[in-house]
Ligand binder design. Structure first.
Ligand code: DGJ
Length: 740
């Protein structure tokens, strides 16, 4: 990887084996965007790409010599108020009421590696040769402000990470009302836009439409990244698909309110913006203070959507997730939530744990309901002390008993919340977010703690840390079960209330950071009423996240398929649960439930005592299968093969780095009469290698990738022949091993 700086033309070119990113200083001193895409040769001058003609009805900055019409050039970090009329990256209200800034190039700095973003999650390097960073400084002398644009190019993969830092070096207090993480002007609009959207129980379904003139956007104003829209968008060429063609992915490494938009002007130039949502955002910046935006990770793929996703997966597994678990196969767990809900005591819990141990499960997780007066979701949140009626030996005693039984022990917390019916709320009613003299909306009978206040975070930290210190805990599930409303902190003055949403999420990150530093061996799983905060920000602290409360196998194929566009298999919490399924009432075979959950962290969400002896034997086999293959399933190269949306069949696969092993998951929803004799083309294999497909025979890699594997079942009228059985909700795994 290289960063070329051409002093005479003031051109900057970030380049690695796969991509190039080119910028230049415009005649008026602003920073202009020239190119982001497949690697190109370096050159001194790409000035021919600058549009200088003066169009009717457009304004010109400065004079005809140095002036440009900002509306007609591509910019790196645009502002509104001068000659660009599009949505901007930055807006700063100054003492005289003006919002216009005019940042001009002041210099640059090159760094080996990648600097940390204080207080914020971000991708990182482990050695300086893994990435290079270019920091471009721009100055607005009138406002006394400095703007630093950070660009890191990684040696591996088509990835650039960007963020911005605004410093007040002047004599006046200013207010940031918009500070996006990045702005990218693309020269055309020939793209399909893909977003991951949904709701509770059906998170992150991809939705696609052709980019069109005007603004298209997704956002969250709920205080968390949300079930509704994910802080991640894709622009792909209409001809591109999973396997070929150009795709650009933009992922915000942040967990709070966000806005992701593409604005196409009437010259078909596309501006992409992503960052903290400007609504309700107003950050006071006094003299000497700085504001660092969250990071955006941009990926260019010339190998279709799978190529783009694989780049995100590798980066997020290796250089976003941290700690001992990031590349470790994950323990197989059992969680008691759907097994008991709030109806448990120590005896019941130990029964569930012991049976799970017999079935090969490695970790028992005690979910909601173990503390304070928490007998239902009406009370107790915030009182993180075990309820002695249910657990006479406390968490310490229970964790010791589970450990003695041969399993690790994990515990559920919901650190950011408080029930009005709790000792914490009775003692500190002002610690909940609410607006004085106005009523507060409750969500699941609870309020949100004011994590913008250090004393609140300290208090919750101390309660949690005490339990973690005295008990044998190796896993934490950190839940968050409502969106933020009435966002107001009693600890901040009126002119800083616009900071609360962001300060809140910084408080969440701070608590995570303290806990992971203090308890580095604990595996954290994030959760927000299922997958309501499944984002790159939290992967920095918790390498896995509960993907959805919907544990039905058919639904989960869709949810995990959609989630995989940005996030790796190793980050997706996936459990086998009971039937009829608690969310959709569907009855699916145990095998299908396991075949779906294998492509995730894998666990159980039921009381195995309630299964028949035969089913328990099956569970033992499934658990063993996962143990034998989890490194490949969780950390192999993942390919989406066949989309489940609106279709009856779906498939995905994972391939080992040396391409000697692969596992394919194929899922069929309904049985169909007299169906096609179907084949599925595989991906990522070595064309020259001969593979043994367990139970099906030997095939060359090129055969499997070009002819495909026969996936027909007895539906194709072949009853009695050696084909897969037919029926509703069936699945098959194809296990490939190089034949020596
Ligand atoms: C929502 C989570 O997604 C569930 O798994 C469970 O932990 C409940 N909260 C407990 O309240």
């Amino acid at each position: 990887m290289d960063i070329f700086v051409h002093e005479t033309t003031k051109t900057f070119h970030l380049q690695n084996d796969l991509i190039s990113y080119v910028m230049t200083v415009l005649p008026n001193g602003h920073l202009g965007q020239l190119y982001f895409g497949k690697r190109i040769h370096d050159k001194e001058d790409f000035g021919y790409l600058l549009e200088r003609c003066i169009r009717s009805h457009s304004a010109l900055t400065e004079d005809n010599e140095t002036g440009v019409s900002l509306e007609h050039v591509k910019l790196e970090y645009a502002v509104y108020g001068s000659s660009d009329f599009r949505d901007s990256a930055l807006e700063i209200v100054q003492e005289n009421g003006s919002r216009l800034t005019d940042f001009k190039y002041a210099g640059y700095e090159l760094l080996a590696g990648k600097p940390k973003l204080p207080g914020l999650p971000a991708t990182y390097t482990e050695s300086d040769d893994e990435a290079s960073t270019l920091i471009i400084t721009l100055r607005d002398e009138v406002a006394g402000l400095s703007l630093q644009l950070l660009y890191t190019i990684f040696a591996q993969g088509g990835v650039i990470a960007r963020s911005a830092k605004i410093s007040n070096t002047g004599k006046q207090t200013v207010y940031l009302t918009r500070a996006m993480s990045f702005c990218l002007d693309l020269p055309d609009a020939d793209y399909d836009w893909i977003q991951l959207s949904g709701s509770w129980g059906r998170e992150r379904y991809p939705q696609q439409h052709r980019l069109h003139q005007g603004i298209q956007a997704v956002e969250s104003m709920r205080g968390h990244s949300s079930h509704q829209h994910n802080p991640f968008i894709i622009l792909k060429r209409p001809s591109a698909d999973e396997f070929q063609g150009e795709a650009l992915g933009f992922s915000l490494v942040y967990s709070g309110n966000f806005l992701a938009e593409a604005q196409v002007n009437t010259y078909d130039v596309t501006r992409v913006l992503l960052g903290i949502h400007p609504n309700w955002f107003r950050w006071k910046l006094t003299c000497g203070q700085e504001f660092q935006t969250p990071e955006v990770v941009m990926v260019y793929s010339g190998d279709g959507l799978n190529g783009m996703s694989q780049t995100f997966h590798r980066l997020y597994q290796r250089r976003l997730a941290r700690g001992i678990w990031k590349e470790q196969p994950r323990p197989i767990l059992i969680n008691n939530w759907e097994a008991t809900y709030f109806d448990f005591n120590e005896e019941k819990i130990l029964n569930i744990a012991k049976k799970a141990k017999e079935c090969g499960v490695e970790l028992f997780v005690l979910d909601d309901g173990w503390f304070g007066a928490r007998r239902s979701d009406h009370a107790g949140l915030g009182d993180w002390v075990a309820c002695k009626e249910l657990l006479p030996n406390g968490i310490k005693g229970l964790s010791e008993k589970v450990t003695e039984a041969g399993m690790k022990f994990g515990l559920w917390f919901e650190p950011e919340m408080v029930n009005p019916d709790s000792d914490l709320f009775r003692t500190h009613p002002d610690w909940a977010l609410s607006i004085p003299e106005r009523s507060s909306s409750l969500g699941r009978h609870q309020m949100v703690l004011d994590f913008s206040r250090k004393e609140v975070v300290d208090f919750i930290h101390d309660m949690i840390a005490e339990i973690l210190r005295e008990s044998k805990i190796s896993y934490i599930k950190w839940d968050m079960n409502r969106s933020i409303t009435e966002c107001y902190s009693k600890a901040l003055p009126a002119d800083q209330q616009g900071e609360v949403f962001h300060r809140y999420i910084l408080g969440v990150y701070d608590l995570y950071e303290r806990l992971i530093q203090e308890f580095p061996k604990i595996l954290f799983e994030s959760c927000a009423g299922g997958g309501g905060r499944f984002d790159a920000g939290l992967l920095y602290y918790a390498p896995q996240a509960w993907t959805s409360d919907d544990t039905d196998a058919v639904e989960r194929v869709k949810i995990q398929y959609g989630t995989s566009y940005a996030y790796p298999v190793s980050s997706m919490g996936s459990h086998v649960s009971a039937v009829p399924n608690h969310q959709v009432n569907r009855v699916t075979p145990l095998k299908t439930r396991a075949d779906v959950a294998y492509f995730g962290t894998y666990g159980y969400e039921l009381d195995l005592n309630r299964l028949t002896a035969e089913e328990q034997e099956e569970v033992k086999q499934y658990t063993q299968f996962m143990k034998d293959h989890r490194a490949l399933l969780q950390f192999g190269t993942f390919y989406r093969l066949q989309s489940p949306y609106g279709k009856n069949e779906a498939a995905w696969m994972t391939v080992s780095e040396d391409r000697t092993e692969a596992i394919v998951g194929h899922y069929k929803t309904l049985s169909t009469p007299n169906a096609d004799f179907s084949r599925l083309k595989l991906q990522g294999l070595d064309p020259e290698k001969l593979y043994e497909v367990e139970g099906y025979g030997s095939f060359y890699g090129d055969e499997l990738m070009n002819l495909g594997i026969v996936t027909s079942d007895a539906d194709s009228g072949k009853i009695g022949m050696e084909v897969r059985p037919a029926g509703d909700f069936l699945s098959a795994l194809y296990i490939l091993k190089e034949k020596k």
